[in-house]
Design a protein around this ligand. Structure first.
Ligand code: NAG
Ligand code: NAG
Length: 228
C-alpha cells in the first residue's frame, strides 16, 4: 500500500512540474516577419534620368534592406519571400514600427518615397497581405502571414476568455499542490505509524521475555527452596 501511495505522489509531483512548465507560456507570443511581396515605383528621384535608382526599405532602429532588382519605373517586381535580402523586418508583439521607402543618393541626402507607421494590425486581410499605395510614388505589397489573427473575432471577446483560462489554470495548480502535499503527508504518516507499531511490538516482546525470564528465576528459586 505504501508503494502505491508513493507512486501516486510521484505522479502528482510530475503533473505539478508539467503545469509549472505550461504556466511559463501563458499565451501566444507574437513574433512575425514581414516580407516584400511586390513593388511598383512610379517615380525615381534621380536628376539624371539614366541613373538607376537604389531603392531601399528601413524601419527606425532596424537594418537597411536594399532592393537590388528594382531599377525601372512602372514595372511590377514580384517576390516569393525567400530572397537573400528578405525579410524586411520583424514584429515582436503588437507594437508598430516607423518604416519608410527611400532612395539612396551619393552626393545628397537620401530621397524619401514615404515614411509611415507599419503595424501588425495592418495585415488584417485573410491572405496576410498589406498594400500601401502612394500616388505617383509607389504601390507596395507586404506579406506577414503570422500577423493575421487566428480568430477573426474582436479582441475584446478573446481577452476575458484567456484570463478565465489562466484563472482556471491557477486553480488546477493549487489543487495539484494540495494533492501532492496530502500524498506526501499520507506516505510519511503511514511510514511513521508502521515504525511505531514495529517499535511497540519489539518493546512488548522484550517485556514479555523479561517477564518469562523473571518467572523462570522465581520458579528456580522456588524449586531450590522446595528441594531444600
Ligand atoms: C540586422 O542585421 C544583423 C546582421 O546582418 C542581424 O543579425 C540582425 O538580426 C538584423 N536585424 C533585424 C531586425 O533584422
Ligand atoms: C497595388 O497593387 C495591388 C497588388 O499588388 C493591386 O491589387 C492594387 O490594385 C494596386 N493599387 C493601385 C492603386 O494600383
Amino acid at each position: 500500500m505504501s508503494i502505491r501511495d508513493l507512486r501516486s505522489s510521484t505522479v502528482s509531483v510530475n503533473l505539478f512540474t508539467f503545469c509549472v512548465f505550461l504556466s511559463c507560456f501563458p499565451g501566444f507570443i507574437l513574433s512575425a516577419i514581414v516580407t516584400l511581396d511586390s513593388i511598383v515605383i512610379y517615380n525615381t528621384h534621380e536628376l539624371i534620368k539614366a541613373v538607376k535608382p537604389k531603392v531601399y526599405f528601413q524601419c527606425i532602429g532596424g537594418n537597411k534592406t536594399n532592393f537590388p532588382d528594382v531599377k525601372e519605373k512602372n514595372v511590377r517586381y514580384n517576390f516569393n519571400g525567400e530572397e537573400s535580402w528578405q525579410p524586411l523586418t520583424e514584429f515582436s508583439g503588437k507594437k508598430c514600427k516607423r518604416c519608410g521607402l527611400y532612395e539612396a543618393d551619393t552626393f545628397k541626402p537620401d530621397d524619401k518615397f514615404d515614411e509611415w507607421e507599419l503595424c501588425p494590425s495592418d495585415f488584417n486581410a485573410s491572405d496576410g497581405k498589406y498594400v500601401r499605395f502612394k500616388n505617383k510614388e509607389f504601390n507596395i505589397t507586404f506579406w506577414c502571414p503570422k500577423c493575421v489573427p487566428d480568430i477573426p473575432a474582436s479582441s475584446s471577446t478573446t481577452a476575458p476568455d484567456k484570463e478565465e483560462k489562466e484563472k482556471g489554470m491557477h486553480v488546477v495548480l493549487i489543487l495539484l499542490i494540495v494533492v501532492a502535499v496530502l500524498a506526501v503527508c499520507i506516505v510519511v504518516g503511514f511510514a511513521a505509524y508502521k515504525y511505531w507499531q514495529k517499535k511497540k511490538r519489539e518493546q512488548d516482546q522484550a517485556r514479555f521475555l523479561k517477564l518469562f525470564e523473571d518467572g523462570d528465576d522465581i520458579e528456580d528459586e522456588m524449586g531450590l527452596d522446595h528441594i531444600i
